[in-house]
Write a protein that binds this ligand. Structure first.
Ligand code: AMP
Ligand code: ZN
Length: 116
């Protein structure tokens, strides 16, 4: 995907603050962190969003989920963290390359959605 910002990060055309990389997965700090720990976990394969996943992505997605708690702990989330996947317009997705936000720190995070 030529114009996808996360594909550019994967191709090293744009720098990132990398915390993990393997053949299929990359994790790097969010440029605009919402908490002391805030990184993004992405597949190297370009998938637009969670609504575009297919059966053949099962193992890749499983690996990403298995990785999330290990990386979170490594980054200092000793006592829990939040995983967010914004999907589509209503979900507030801004970058259309599937990514898991992993957010945490020492303090309890605020309520996710305010009712009112
Ligand atoms: P979303 O709203 O779920 O699509 O979130 C996109 C996230 O990507 C936001 O939290 C941005 O701060 C983050 N982001 C955008 N560009 C970069 C970049 N070049 N490096 C790191 N994070 C980025
Ligand atoms: Zn992409």
């Amino acid at each position: 995907m030529d114009n996808c910002i996360f594909c550019k990060i994967i191709r090293k055309e744009i720098p990132c603050n990398k915390i993990y990389e393997d053949e299929n997965i990359l994790a790097f700090n969010d440029i605009n962190p919402a908490a002391p720990v805030h990184f993004l976990l992405i597949p190297k394969l370009h998938i637009d969003s969670l609504t575009d996943i297919q059966d053949n992505h099962q193992s890749l997605l499983g690996k990403m989920l298995l990785l999330a708690p290990n990386l979170a702990k490594e980054q200092g989330c000793e006592d829990g963290f939040r995983t967010i996947i914004n999907t589509g317009r209503v979900g507030g997705q801004e970058v259309f390359h599937l990514h898991f936000h992993i957010i945490g720190g020492r303090e309890r995070l605020p309520a996710m959605i305010h009712q009112g």
